[in-house]
Ligand binder design. Structure first.
Ligand code: SF4
Ligand code: MG
Length: 333
């Protein structure tokens, strides 16, 4: 059973140039060796604080820049090193919805032309009538009135613009949509509508979603699995229930402790992390989280933990979940 998308040991390091001769003086380890897979029709959420590298993962899959190393495999074919020409037919299959639909929708095009572009570019209609029929269909799909195709992006609210952004992604008839903070800029009620729309579309169309978000409260209601990133690494990956009901990594536990719950009796104890996220230019040795982890012990400062299964499909990279850990150290932190 081949996954739709596989990311293997992906690294993206950005060189920092400077100095008198403009040479490379340092590197930002934005994404530093991550692996995951997404099945057809599945939602995987990539969560973490801003700067953890999650958007860089999305952009690397979209080939918005060359990767440093690793592999991106779509339906069994490596796409990270494919020539632009060979990639063309595959590019259609992975689409993106960005956070700010206003800057990602061309203000000089009416909605009709915004949606016609991918349909004609990818050769998905034989003539003008087919293009129009498909556009009308897309408007229905994202629950916008059909006559809105004659209007300009600035005439719509933020939520409506995001529906247009989703319609544009769907116009390419993709298998996977990368949603990069796609609802983060929206008001709470609008946010819920767009999340519901994405969920409906996923069921109707069998779409896979890579849902990149810093907002665990949004993710909780719509995802199948969650990967938690910290400083360029995945520290925990598990089915939704595993992450929200039984988080294993101290960082995941801290992130969750900040998510408001409707029932105050069920509130998790708030874990306040010390300090800021360290710089990805010089990530801490050993466990990258050790400078902020309430449970850090000696081994954490020396040895980098790797992802290990804690139960079926649930993986965490933390020495606390390693049978060889010294029991006393874990208890006393
Ligand atoms: Fe904390 Fe150590 Fe686990 Fe890292 S490996 S999360 S520092 S206990
Ligand atoms: Mg981002």
């Amino acid at each position: 059973n081949q996954p739709l998308l596989e990311v293997n040991d992906l690294k993206k390091h950005f060189p920092i140039t400077g100095g008198f001769f403009g040479g490379v003086t340092a590197k930002v380890y934005a994404v530093d060796g991550i692996s995951f897979a997404i099945d057809k029709g599945e939602t995987l959420s990539l969560v973490g604080e801003s700067g953890c590298g999650k958007s860089t993962v999305g952009k690397a899959i979209l080939r918005l820049f060359p990767i440093t190393s690793g592999q991106v495999v779509l339906d069994g074919q490596r796409i990270d090193d494919m020539s632009a020409g060979t990639l063309r037919p595959l590019r259609r299959r992975v689409q993106v919805v960005f956070q700010d639909p206003f800057s990602s929708l061309n203000p000089r095009l009416r909605v009709r032309d915004i949606l016609a572009e991918p349909i004609t570019n990818f050769g998905l209609a034989k003539n003008r009538a087919e293009v129009d029929a498909r556009i009308a269909d897309l408007m229905d799909t994202v629950r916008l009135p059909r006559d809105a195709v004659n209007r300009w992006p600035h005439e719509f609210s933020g939520g409506q613009r995001q529906r247009i952004g989703i319609a544009r992604a769907l116009a390419a008839e993709p298998d996977l949509i990368i949603c990069d903070e796609a609802v983060s800029a929206l008001d709470v009620s609008v946010k819920a509508q767009i999340v519901n729309l994405l969920q409906d579309l996923q069921k109707e169309l069998g779409l896979a979603l890579l849902f990149i978000s810093h907002d665990l409260a949004v993710v909780e209601h719509m995802t199948h699995r969650v990967a938690v990133m910290y400083l360029g690494k995945i520290v925990e990956i598990a089915p939704r229930r595993g992450i929200f009901a039984d988080p294993k990594h101290p960082y995941t536990q801290a992130l969750l402790s900040a998510v408001p719950v409707p029932d105050p009796g069920a509130a998790r104890d708030r874990i306040i992390l010390k300090g800021d996220v360290p710089s990805p230019i010089n990530p801490p040795k050993g466990c990258r989280f050790h400078t902020r982890c309430p449970y850090a012990f000696d081994r954490c400062r020396q040895e980098e933990p790797v992802l290990k299964a804690t139960s079926e499909g649930h993986f965490a990279a933390c020495h606390l979940h390693d049978e060889t850990r010294p029991a006393a150290a874990a208890a006393s932190n």
